[in-house]
Design a protein around this ligand. Structure first.
Ligand code: GTB
Length: 218
């Protein structure tokens, strides 16, 4: 039996691969694990059957036999532990890769999410024009630090790992804003991630799902 993940029936990003099922798809592709997708409408995400799997009524989830997981970081970490290819063999390098995966989720992503929320949900608020520059500065500061650490390296810590999968996924959310373009080494880093065959397969799969979904979703 193949593992099953959940995803938006029709992602609000229009198939740009920004919803978090993309991170799980990418990890599954990197380790060569075939999977099935259960597509959910917004209504289905809040129904008891899905809430039993995901207490917050969100995607993605991951089911494999007796195991059911929610939280993208936990799912991707689980895949990286169970399969070869996403974590170094050396125990110390492995801990560092896990550290970077947490850094992506806990240190780099929060200001990026705040920025996305400010642009999407707060653009009509009278205080937005004062707040937005502060939020942008917080993102820029994090990018500056990350850019300085990455330097001229291809990946965060040696070979490509789950750390890069997560960090590239987090940074991709910034692509339309132009902020990433201020840091050429980060732009090139993200492009390297997008060039990976596993990323491309995952991207095509989510785009095909978007294109074949019914236009109106309940
Ligand atoms: N911490 C959880 C995790 O990492 O798994 C967060 C999961 C989450 O935010 N899921 C979102 C969701 O289910 C989809 S990915 N939202 C519906 C809800 O909460 O009711 C976040 C997302 C959504 C849309 C875009 N986009 O359109 O660009 C990008 C990212």
């Amino acid at each position: 039996m193949k593992p099953v993940i959940t995803a938006f029936e029709r992602s609000p990003d229009g198939g740009k691969g920004l919803a978090r099922d993309m991170r799980v798809r990418w990890a599954l592709e990197e380790v060569g694990q075939p999977y099935d997708v259960r597509a959910l409408s917004f209504r289905q995400m809040k129904e008891p059957a899905h809430l039993a799997l995901h207490p917050f009524g969100q995607i993605p989830t991951y089911e494999d036999g007796d195991l059911a997981l929610f939280e993208t970081g936990a799912i991707v970490f689980h895949l990286a532990e169970r399969h070869a290819g996403l974590l170094p063999d050396d125990a110390i390098a492995r801990s560092r890769a896990i550290m970077w995966m947490f850094a992506a989720l806990n240190t780099v992503e929060p200001p990026i999410l705040e920025f996305a929320n400010a642009r999407i949900f707060e653009s009509d608020k009278p205080w937005n024009s004062e707040r937005l520059p502060l939020v942008v500065e917080r993102v820029r500061a994090r990018l500056q630090q990350l850019s300085a650490r990455l330097g001229t390296a291809d990946w965060l810590d040696g070979a490509f790992s789950v750390a890069d999968l997560m960090m590239v996924s987090v940074l991709l959310r910034l692509k339309p804003s132009g902020l990433l373009g201020e840091f050429p080494n980060l732009s090139a880093y993200v492009a390297r991630g997008e060039e990976r065959p596993a990323y491309k397969r995952a991207f095509v799969a989510q785009l095909e799902a978007f294109n074949s979904a019914p236009k109106a979703s309940g």
